[in-house]
Design a protein around this ligand. Sequence first.
Ligand SMILES: *Cc1c(COP(=O)(O)O)cnc(C)c1O
Length: 376
Amino acid sequence: MKKNRDLPTYVTKPFLPPLAEFEPYLKEIWDTRWLTNNGKFHQELEQKLCEYLGVKYISLFSNGTLALITALQALKITGEVITTPYSFVASTHALWWNKIRPVFVDIEPDFLTIDPAKIESAITPQTTAILAVHVYGNPCRTKEIQRIADLYGLKVIYDACHAFGVMQKNKSISNFGDLAVLSFHATKIYTTFEGGAIVSHDEKMKERIDYLKNFGFADELAVVIPGINGKMNEFQAALGVLQLKYIDKLITKSKEIADFYRKSLSCVRGINMLNEMEETRHNYSFFPIFIDEKKFGKSRDQVYSFLKNKEIHARRYFYPLISDFPAYKFLESANHKNLSIAYNIALRVLCLPIYPDLNHEICKEIVNKIKECQDE
Ligand SMILES: *Cc1c(COP(=O)(O)O)cnc(C)c1O
C-alpha cells in the first residue's frame, strides 16, 4: 500500500490557525506582561463567547474539569447527585472531588443521554441535583429533566463539554440548566489548548463563580469563600479569540465528513448509527458507529484492532462505562442490571476519526477498511 502522509490517523486532531495570525497576540502579551488574572484577552473572550453562544454570562476556566468541580461548589451541591455512566470520566470525578455520591441512571437508546423516565426512581432524600451530559453533543431531554428537577427541588448541571456551538430550535443548548460547563481541551472542536467555562444566568451567580475560580478573592483584601485557582490565562484566551473566527467553518467541514460516513456506511450490514435530532444544529465532533456482532460478522474489538493495524486509530468512547472503572464499581447504582442500555452500547460503540481537515481520501479508506474487515 502506498504510504499516505495522513497516516497514522487519530480519532481527532486539533485545528490551529496559521501561526502568523497568533503572533500579534503573543507580541501584545509580551509587551504588556499581562499573562493571566482577567486580562484583556480574557475579557474579550468572555464577551465574544457570550455573543457567539447566545448566553448571558460566561466564566472562563483553565480546563473543563475545574469548571465542573467549581460549578458544583457554586450551587453548594451535597449528598447524592444523579448522573450518567456514559460519559468521559471527569463528569463523575467532579462529583467525587466535592464529596458527593454519584448515583448512576441508565441512558435512553436513541441519543444515549440520561433517560428522564428512570430518574425519579433513583431520587432519595439525599438527592440534591442532576448532572446530565450532552454526550457526543446530543442535547439531553432538557424539558423532562427540568420538570423532574422542579418537582423535587433539584438543581440541574449540564456537562456540555461535547456540545460547543450546538443549537436546538436556534437556541444554544448551553442555556439549559442552572449551570452548563464547557471544555476547550485540545480534543474538542473549539480549543484553547486547555480550557473550559461555566455558563450562568444571573449576575450574582457569575460573581460567585468568578470569586471561586480566583481563590475566593472579592477584592484585594477580602477572601469571601474558600476558592480554587481555576483561571484561564492570556495565551489560552488569545487563542480562543482567534479560534472563534474559524469555528463555523470547522463545524461545516466536520459535517461534510459526518455526511460522507453516514451515506457510505448506511448500506453496511450490522452497522448502526445515531440519527440526527430534529431542529438541531450539531457540531459533528464525534462519529460513533455501533457494531452488531451477529449481523456484521465481526466484533467491535475486531474492527477496532483491524483498523489499528492499518494505522487508523478509532476509539471506543465510552467503554468502559464510568461505573465499571474500579474507582466507582463498588457503588450500588453501578450494577449492570441498572444500566443495561449503557452497558450494551458501550460494548458495541466505535468512534471513527472526525475533524475538520480530515482528508477525504482517508475517510474513504476508513470506510473501505471497515468493509474489508467484514469480508475478511
Ligand atoms: C473533555 C471532557 C471533560 C473534561 O474537560 P477537560 O477540559 O479535559 O478538563 C468533562 N466531561 C466531558 C464529557 C468531556 O468530554
